[in-house]
Design a protein. Structure first.
Length: 367
């Protein structure tokens, strides 16, 4: 490892050595989305190649492009070791079957989702569905952005809004021709936040690599509460001088605010993804504890130039300019609009497969 810090490779960052050709797993707002009608490929290309969005007609079949398959926490899979950075792929194994998912969520199937509307669902535990045309998406996203900044929106409703935001951003990444229409319909105070987030997602998409051949050996857990994590960021900022919004950006991209528990392909661990020698040098306490890991990350960033030179510090964290660009963009969104963190906190863990991306819900584990 060059930087000493890696990523689980499906949280949005990469195992940090060259930053150019790593296996990546992207949340919908950042990952290249495959059309079901497209030819199967063993490689994941950039968005312009993998999505094929330029000639995709605006009809209900486009919902199938974002195949949101929810993987049950009770699902047992027999698949080979994940083809990640630093690990050779094992021999081929059967594709894991999809089981019925917990009752709190809709049943997972590889079929098209019903066409959504901007009307809020009565069940905040239901899987949100992005709108299927520019005008509807504009209304939906305007509603979501307003709700995320409303202090009366909390709990399951807030989580749903964050997830919906993630999927709406994904839809805009897939259909860039909708961008002007959607942005024009948004209030001016949220337009900059959306624009910054979209560009950050575009940067992360540039880190695409081969599709993993198995599901990851992770456990997906509930993230700590917003106020609790914000307290940790602010404590680290006070102690090490690293602005809280950079720490939040790392937390978001590396493990989706600590949702992912498990080693990266390179052996990095914890919510901020430290290699053991780097943790020994810069961390104290438990590498898997959000508080301790966030303070350790701030210590590492300061040792590498933060806060005076965040480009250098973040590049030391992960040797990829696209990664650095994305983190700075997310950080700038939160610096200008701290309430934007409420949306990012709700973003979920998605993982690419040959049949399309799968959502790994809280409680999922590879067993």
């Amino acid at each position: 490892m060059v930087s000493g810090i890696g990523s689980p490779h499906c949280a949005g960052g990469i195992a940090a050595n060259d930053g150019a050709s790593q296996n990546q797993c992207f949340p919908p707002s950042e990952r290249p989305v495959r059309r079901l009608s497209a030819a199967r490929s063993s490689k994941r290309g950039l968005a312009s190649n993998a999505a094929g969005h330029a000639d995709f007609a605006p009809d209900t079949s486009r919902v199938r492009r974002s195949l949101l398959v929810l993987v049950s926490s009770a699902l047992a899979v027999a698949v080979m070791a994940c083809s990640e950075l630093g690990g050779a792929p094992a021999s081929s194994s059967p594709t894991p079957a999809l089981a019925a998912i917990p009752t709190a969520t809709p049943q997972a199937t590889p079929t098209a989702t019903a066409a959504p509307t901007a009307t809020l669902p009565p069940d905040w535990n239901a899987l949100p569905a992005p709108a299927i045309d520019a005008a509807s998406l504009a209304k939906q996203l305007a509603m979501v952005e307003a709700a995320l900044r409303d202090p009366n929106v909390t709990g399951a409703q807030l989580d749903w809004m964050g997830h919906m935001q993630q999927l709406d951003y994904s839809r805009l990444q897939d259909y860039p021709e909708w961008k002007d229409t959607v942005l024009a319909a948004l209030p001016e105070q949220t337009r900059a936040a959306v624009t910054g987030s979209l560009e950050a997602g575009r940067q992360i998409r540039m880190l695409s690599g081969p599709i993993p051949k198995s599901l990851p050996d992770w456990k997906i857990v509930e993230p700590a509460a917003i106020d609790q994590l914000m307290g940790y960021y602010k404590e680290a900022e006070a102690k090490f001088g690293v602005p809280w919004y950079y720490l939040a950006s790392v937390h978001l991209v590396e493990t989706r605010m600590g949702r992912i528990r498990g080693l990266s392909s390179a052996g990095a661990q914890g919510p901020m993804q430290f290699m053991p020698p780097t943790w020994a040098a810069y961390g104290t306490g438990d590498v898997n504890n959000d508080h301790d890991a966030i303070l350790g990350a701030a210590n590492y960033l300061r040792a590498n130039g933060a806060p005076g030179d965040m480009q250098r510090a973040l590049y030391a964290y992960n040797h990829s300019q696209a990664y650095v660009n994305a983190l700075i963009l997310y950080a700038n969104v939160m610096k200008a609009d701290p309430l934007a963190y409420r949306g990012y906190h709700g973003w979920q863990v998605y993982y690419p497969t040959a049949d399309g991306p799968v959502l790994l819900p809280v409680g999922w584990t590879k067993t």
